[in-house]
Design a protein around this ligand. Sequence first.
Ligand SMILES: Nc1ncnc2c1ncn2[C@@H]1O[C@H](COP(=O)(O)OP(=O)(O)OP(=O)(O)O)[C@@H](O)[C@H]1O
Ligand SMILES: [Mg+2]
Length: 218
Amino acid sequence: MRIVAVANQKGGAGKTTTAMSMAAVAAESSRVLVVDVDPQASSSWWADRAGDRLPFDFTADTDAANLSRLRELPYDVVFVDTPGSLEARSVLRTVIESADFVVLPTEPMALAFAPLVQTIRQLIEPAQTDYRVLLNKVDPRVPTSVVDAEALLDGAGIKRFANVVRTYKMHADAPLRGDVVTQYELTRASIKAVEDYRRVALELFSIWTNTPATVEVP
Ligand SMILES: Nc1ncnc2c1ncn2[C@@H]1O[C@H](COP(=O)(O)OP(=O)(O)OP(=O)(O)O)[C@@H](O)[C@H]1O
Ligand SMILES: [Mg+2]
């Protein structure tokens, strides 16, 4: 089993969207659980809307100390959705210490990077948990807009996914509709939207198996 924390102390960076979407694509080939440790309970609300249609198991537990017990359960991957506030620091510390990997979604904007770098330097590096930053909400019409963001991260020696996640309105509407990315109505945009997460999931699995990702960004 691998426990993947989805974290960023900046609110609204895309933690809940990333946890639910990565879980959906991972569930196509693995036994997946999502744990909501955020008292705001956004992913719990989403999971409630999805009900029986959710293609993975889901549980809410705001006591992060319980995470280590999950290792006894028969799952391949557990995604943990974490709170996006500085007050929740001790929860986040516990989650990161229990996790095997941290995915840090962020908008590709310079001003978003200070809290991101803080999370990495103060919580992730001391715990020696492997991590990758995931550039999220990339404008699909201007994919080159990530170039500056990537240069900033690379210059600071911060590890990131090669693949990025683009902005699609259907991601923002998904919680209300009660579906997840693999269940979106088939359109040209939805095919691209799910592709983003499949690429990131493949990259994650290839990091784990230590082989380079072979998937190319078009
Ligand atoms: N790739 C995307 N395309 C479109 N909308 C997105 C995308 N990623 C996130 N969003 C939207 O941005 C908003 C914030 O995302 P989300 O709730 O996932 O962030 P969060 O980091 O979990 O926030 P919080 O810190 O409050 O927990 C939501 O309205 C969500 O639907
Ligand atoms: Mg959230």
